[in-house]
Design a protein around this ligand. Sequence first.
Ligand SMILES: [Zn+2]
Length: 358
Amino acid sequence: MKNLMMPVLVIVPLTVGALWVLTGSKSETQAALPGAEAEAVETVPRVVGTGPFVAPMACDDPLVCVVQNHVDLKVGPGIADSACGGRTYDEHQGVDFRILDLPTMLKGVPVVAVADGEVIGTRDGEYDGAWLAAGRDAVEDRDCGNGVSIRHDDGHVTQVCHLRRGSVLVETGERVTQGQRIASVGMSGRAEFPHVHLSVTKDDARIDPFTGRAIGKGCGASVAEGGLWSGTVPDHWQAGAGPFIFKSGFTNAPVTMATVERAPADPTAASASMVFYARAVGLREGDVERIELTGPDGFDPVGSVGEPLARDKAQIMRFVGRPAEDKTPLPVGEYHGRYQILRGGEPVLDISRRFVLR
Ligand SMILES: [Zn+2]
């Protein structure tokens, strides 16, 4: 039981100040596990949009892509996404459609024209990851990175940013049709993770594609009330939806947001440590997170519970694990990781993962 009385590894609060404390006893922890092996995905309600646009990339699977940051509809300090919540950041003028991780990006995820139109500008040749690797100067005046701008036939102008280096398939002056592949998802320019930033303007005003409103014209409208999306709009795109798990698993050392973007190594029987991590999107002020890791006989369970979040979080990452200072070999057998988000005391996300150490 000694691990339950001491901090486990380093909990990475990232944007949250409070360190977590350990909670629960071994028996409570084990009783709480349902033994589920797969990640639970809630049913995905959809609304019908009647606007002119399709998504800038295929984005139907909430385990592979989500809308992480919406347009900030509030002028000046403070933020408001299309649902008047906090799934955005100050002065964010587009929508970030993000994909799971770098291995997914390297497979080549298509970016498409959201509607028919004429290409009015392109840039390619900017390096993916330049901002993280070399800092602000590397993307000075090139926040968008590689991009394509299109003037659509109804007067909207769209721009997609952070495209993968060498992936832009169209040239200025070219006609494109809705759904035509124009590039691949990347992380060039000012991007911390692989995603497409879509910005929309009309008559020089910035438009939120979820509400059809210009920035400064209020939040709270729905997709069905003037949003620019056509057809069914997955719940996981919408500002008020979530939370969603967005990659979780087991690895052999403490993780950072950057290592979770890559492919963390599996633990082995020779690993010094065993870590369970979970990244989630769409958390709200007041949400409480729990994370725990249990294993076979000989592995003392570890777990943490967070303080209620002080504000909405577009994304968060947590991990828990056995300290590397514990020199005894990891016992082989089944390990279970569980991550929960409680809202008003009720679980709104509850995922369990299993890993067999041989
Ligand atoms: Zn963005």
